[in-house]
Design a protein around this ligand. Structure first.
Ligand SMILES: NC(=O)c1ccc[n+]([C@@H]2O[C@H](COP(=O)([O-])OP(=O)(O)OC[C@H]3O[C@@H](n4cnc5c(N)ncnc54)[C@H](OP(=O)(O)O)[C@@H]3O)[C@@H](O)[C@H]2O)c1
Length: 355
C-alpha cells in the first residue's frame, strides 16, 4: 500500500514536534504538510522549529515550508496538535471539507458525534462514524487529555475484571504538558503549582465518556471521579496517585493479576504504534518514576506500581504515562492507525478530497 499523505497542524508545538518525530519513520504515513501560526508561515520547518527532542528535526520535515491554516492541504489525513484557542473552528472546517481529522485538542472531545478514543479501551466507539457519516466522508476523532489517558488505561484492567464505581486521583504533571511556552523556570523551580486550568474538569468527565457505551449516542459510564491536578518540576511524564472503589471485591493477587494479564485486542496489538504491553506493573515499591519509566514501550506503555489496599476506598496504586507520547502524539497516531485498519481512512488525495 502506498503511504498515506498526512498533514500536521500545530507542527512547531510540543505535541506537533512529537508527531513529526514519530511520523519520520512511520510505515503507513508520510509527512506531507506542516501547518503553524503566521509567525512561521512560509519558512522552512528546520529554520523555525524550536526543536526540544534530542538531536535534530528529521531531515525530510526540515525542508518543508510551513503552511497557514485555512487551506485545503493535499493529504489523506489531518493530525491536529493545534492550540485549543484555534483548533475548534479549524478542525470543524477541515472535517466538513471531507478530511478525516485526528485531534489532540480538547475542543471537540465531548461533542455528541465525536468519538473520544483510546484504542485499547473503546475502539468500538469508532462505530459512531458509520452511524452518522460526516459530509463528504470527513470526521473528527479525538484522543483524551494527557492525564485522562494514563488514568483510564490504568483503570481498564480493573474495570473489565471487577467494575469500578469511584475514583480519587491526584496528578503530578510534567512541564511539557503545558506546551512549549506554558511554564517558566521561575514559576516551577522549587515549586508545585496546585492549579492547572480546566484539567480537573477534563479528568472528571472524559473517563465517563470513554468507559461508556456507544448505542446510537454516547452513554456515559456510571463512574464518579474526583481529581486534584498539580504541575511539578518534571520535564516529561505525568504521575498519578489513584484510589478506586470496585464494584465487586478483589484480593491483592487478583488486582495484580488483572494488571499483569491486560492486553490490547489482536486488532489493536497489530497496529504499528501499539506497545507490547499497554499497561505494565512494577513490583518494586519505588517505581514507577518519570525519569526511569516514561520511555516504557517507546513512551506508549502506562506503568503502574505501588498496588496496595486503601483505607477509604478499596485499592490504590500509582500510574505513570509519557504525556507527549501516550498522552498526545502517540495516542493520535494509534487512533489514526486504527482508523486506517478499519477502512475509515483511505488514500483519497487525487480522488476529490483535498485535490
Ligand atoms: N502538551 C501536552 O502534553 C498535551 C497533551 C495532550 C493534548 N494536548 C493538546 O494538544 C494541543 C497542542 O498542545 P502543545 O502542548 O503542543 O501546545 P504548544 O506547544 O503551545 O503548540 C501549539 C501549536 O499551535 C500552533 N498555533 C497556534 N496558533 C495558531 C494559528 N492561529 N494557526 C496555526 N497554528 C497555530 C503553534 O504554532 P506556532 O509555533 O507557529 O505559534 C504551535 O505549533 C493543545 O490543544 C493541547 O491542549 C497537549
Amino acid at each position: 500500500m502506498p503511504k498515506l499523505r498526512v498533514a500536521v497542524l500545530g507542527a512547531t508545538g510540543a505535541v506537533g514536534q512529537e508527531l513529526v518525530r514519530l511520523l519520520d519513520s512511520h510505515p503507513w504515513f508520510s509527512l506531507a504538510v506542516l501547518v503553524a501560526s503566521d509567525r512561521s508561515v512560509g519558512r522552512r520547518y528546520g529554520e523555525v522549529v524550536d526543536w526540544r527532542s534530542p538531536g535534530f528535526p528529521p531531515r525530510a520535515a526540515s525542508g518543508l515550508l510551513i503552511e497557514p491554516l485555512g487551506r485545503q492541504p493535499e493529504v489523506d489525513l489531518v493530525l491536529s496538535a493545534l492550540d485549543s484557542a484555534v483548533a475548534g473552528p479549524a478542525e470543524l472546517e477541515l472535517a466538513r471539507a471531507g478530511y478525516p481529522v485526528v485531534s489532540n485538542s480538547s475542543v471537540h472531545r465531548m461533542d455528541p458525534d465525536v468519538p473520544l478514543v483510546i484504542p485499547e479501551v473503546n475502539a468500538s466507539h469508532l462505530d459512531a462514524l458509520r452511524a452518522a457519516p460526516g459530509a463528504g466522508g470527513g470526521f473528527i476523532v479525538t484522543n483524551p487529555n494527557c492525564s485522562t489517558i494514563g488514568l483510564v488505561l490504568a483503570l481498564k484492567p480493573l474495570w473489565d475484571r471487577f467494575g469500578v464505581s469511584q475514583v480519587q486521583v491526584a496528578t503530578m504533571q510534567a512541564i511539557s504538558g503545558a506546551g512549549l511556552d506554558g511554564v517558566s523556570a521561575g514559576m516551577i523551580s522549587d515549586n508545585v503549582l496546585p492549579h492547572i486550568p480546566g484539567e480537573e474538569e477534563k479528568l472528571e468527565t472524559e473517563p465517563r465518556k470513554i468507559l461508556g457505551r456507544w448505542e446510537g449516542a454516547f452513554l456515559p459510564a456510571a463512574l464518579a471521579v474526583s481529581a486534584a491536578c498539580h504541575r511539578v518540576a518534571v520535564l516529561d511524564g505525568h504521575l498519578e496517585a489513584v484510589s478506586v472503589k470496585l464494584m465487586s471485591s478483589a484480593t491483592a493477587d487478583e488486582v495484580v493479576d488483572a494488571f499483569e494479564s491486560f492486553r490490547a485486542s489482536p486488532e489493536v496489538a497489530a497496529l504499528p504504534s501499539s506497545p507490547p504491553f499497554p499497561v505494565q506493573l512494577h513490583r518494586r515499591p519505588d517505581r514507577p518514576q518519570p525519569r526511569l519509566d516514561r520511555g516504557a514501550g517507546r513512551g506508549m506503555t502506562v506503568s503502574v506500581g505501588r498496588v496496595r489496599e486503601c483505607s477509604v476506598l478499596d485499592w490504590k496504586f500509582t500510574a505513570l504515562s509519557h504525556n507527549l507520547v501516550r498522552g498526545a502524539a502517540g495516542a493520535a497516531l494509534l487512533n489514526a492507525e486504527l482508523l486506517v485498519a478499519r477502512g475509515e481512512v483511505r488514500p483519497s488525495f487525487g480522488a476529490g478530497v483535498g485535490g
